[in-house]
Design a protein around this ligand. Sequence first.
Ligand code: UT7
Length: 313
Amino acid sequence: MDVGIKGFGTYVPEKVVDNAYFETFLETSDEWISKMTGIKERRWAGEDQETSDLAYEASVKAIKDAGIKPEDIDMVIVATSTGDFPFPTVANMLQERLGLGKVATMDQLAACSGFMYSLITAKQYIASGDYQNILVVGVDKLSKITDMTDRSTAILFGDGAGAAVIGEVSEGRGIMSYEMGSDGSGGKYLYLNPENGKIFMNGREVFKFAVRIMGEASRNVVEKAGITADDVDMFVPHQANIRIMESARERLGIPKEKMSVSVNKFGNTSAASIPLSIGQELENGRIKDDDVLVLVGFGGGLTWGAITLRWGK
Ligand code: UT7
């Protein structure tokens, strides 16, 4: 059975925050932020918008795009580090709000690798034959856990959501290969600091890890899929920093025009970043049926995950 994406949707909050905003209270500049990260602006959720609200908007679009009814969804997996509450989970909340049946729901925490982990998890349930339509959401409201007094992290993060309905797809389409991994010894470089409830990051260390692991994991999944880098139509790395993404692209051996870049518009949105980038390319007609995509994420944990996927239902 081939398992892939049957429906897809994204959502970003309306509020646009440009780099100049940070100049008003931090010692930074649009020039530094643009040059060092590739970020020009990001979206922040409104006061009354919680993580589950962002997830809901993207999910409605994905279910509609799949051409199924909410009651056809038989499981929900939400990748997030910023759930409204530790419990009930965002997935629990979606079950009620979307009017789903009394189905299994779970939040899944692998930080910025979360959407990769969740897609790969959903694939196993579909392939077992026990489930038919799993709603997978990558969502984060990082603005609520960002330390706005720390100039090296405040400028990086944004809010958003992406959702996919995972199920059986036409022969030859869907997930061709995948890899997941973790290294807890790097947990100290990127974590939620219990003292202030905000993100702590050692940027240099995360940077080094990211460049190495994104290149390695991408190359591994391409090889596992039995293809070469030349067969890849679109490379969609976690949108953390344009310099990290460029290094990973070079290590994989993909031309510049085949890399998806949305970090300039959305910043780093953690679990939402890969689906937001896919959404942008779909909108621009840069991803078509039967295109081969390489998706790769890395993040806190430290964790990583990569997927080769042939697009289409
Ligand atoms: O989803 C995964 C999460 N995280 C990431 O992917 C982030 C990975 N890391 C990075 O993207 C980069 O490490 C940063 C963009 C955060 C920083 O870039 P860097 O090349 O690692 O610079 P650095 O931390 O070594 O800092 C260089 C200088 C420092 O000044 P000194 O010590 O050389 O005087 C920083 O204090 O840049 C300074 N700096 C800033 N300057 C202006 C740090 N942040 C800023 C800022 N504006 N916002």
